[in-house]
Design a protein around this ligand. Structure first.
Ligand SMILES: C[S@@+](CC[C@H](N)C(=O)[O-])C[C@H]1O[C@@H](n2cnc3c(N)ncnc32)[C@H](O)[C@@H]1O
Length: 239
């Protein structure tokens, strides 16, 4: 099966007790199941937290919107180089940004692609998802290095894996699956450095509120919400 060769995981019709992490097709969605944590994740743009945040999330006043520079009359294009489960991308798309999403993990890429398939079939998420211009399965450093300089994105958005917490009970189960699937982030500094060379206007890095900056590189400004800080690096003297 193509999916198995692309992801290294077979797509199972039933959960198996033989493998630790597995992709299952269940209730019209591809889900990643973690046997040890006994939990699954899938991407759902129609119901649940994302659709709730789209309706009640605070619009252009929320920290992520300010961080990417959304203002009246300015809706930047965004390259999300750490797409993950496309949650942040969906919030930005619901605020009108056109996005390209790049994700290195073929498994997460598959989950997002499947979420988009279902989301495009539903009226409540279709318009927002039409702002996803492209979903790419690639290493973003290589992607940015080979990008056409004429078509620089206004904003490059980076959300590296959060540093591991000592008490795993503090980490939500879906983040624990991601940590088990992907391991520690090793390339946030490389992503930031490359992004600073490629962005048209600014680079935004999402961090836990009190975490150190990536690569000890001082941002031009930081915008914080309750648990999260967005470090903003302006390029080409953007004001
Ligand atoms: C914390 S998650 C991002 C979550 C995402 N912002 C969301 O809202 O769902 C970080 C993601 O970045 C991806 N990633 C890390 N380095 C990457 C690289 N060099 N190229 C592409 N994806 C990368 C990881 O595979 C992981 O899925």
């Amino acid at each position: 099966m193509t999916l198995a060769s692309e992801t290294g995981f077979p797509l199972l019709e039933k959960r198996s007790s033989q493998c630790d992490l597995q992709l299952c097709y269940d209730h019209d969605a591809i889900r990643l199941y973690d046997l040890a944590l006994d939990t699954t994740i899938h991407v759902d743009f129609v119901e649940g937290a994302l659709s709730h945040r789209q309706q009640f999330g605070g619009g252009r006043g929320q920290a992520i919107a300010k961080a990417v520079g959304l203002k009246h009359g300015n809706t930047p294009g965004v390259l999300d180089v750490t797409a993950g489960l496309a949650r942040d991308a969906y919030i930005l798309a619901s605020l009108g940004c056109k996005l390209t999403l790049v994700e290195q993990s073929p498994i997460l890429f598959t989950l997002v692609e499947d979420g988009i398939r279902r989301g495009l079939a539903d009226e409540s998420s279709r318009d927002v998802l039409n702002n996803f211009m492209n979903l790419v399965n690639a290493d973003s450093v290589l992607y940015m290095e080979h990008m056409d300089q004429e078509t620089r994105p206004d904003v490059i958005y980076i959300d590296p894996m959060y540093p591991e917490r000592k008490k795993s009970a503090l980490v939500k189960k879906d983040m624990q699956i991601l940590q088990r699937l992907l391991g520690k982030d090793q390339n946030a500094e490389r992503l930031l450095k490359t992004a600073l060379d490629c962005a048209g206007k600014r680079v935004v890095v999402k961090r836990p509120l009190h975490a150190e900056t990536v690569g000890n590189t001082k941002p031009d400004m930081s915008i914080s919400s309750k648990k999260t800080r967005y470090d903003v690096y302006l390029v080409n003297n953007e004001l």
